[in-house]
Design a protein around this ligand. Structure first.
Ligand SMILES: [Zn+2]
Length: 43
């Protein structure tokens, strides 16, 4: 099972949901759009 937020392609850190939508890596501050992640929501 993968983490729902995936991992950063740059540093491998876990991604966190961003207020504007999409996800952000708190380590290197890379932003990912929700389209980029593309994973089924685990509600
Ligand atoms: Zn990163």
């Amino acid at each position: 099972m993968n983490h729902p937020y995936g991992r950063c392609e740059n540093c491998g850190n876990r991604l966190y949901e961003h207020v504007d939508g999409g996800y952000r890596c708190p380590n290197c501050e890379t932003l990912y759009s929700q389209d980029t992640i593309e994973q089924s929501p685990s509600v």
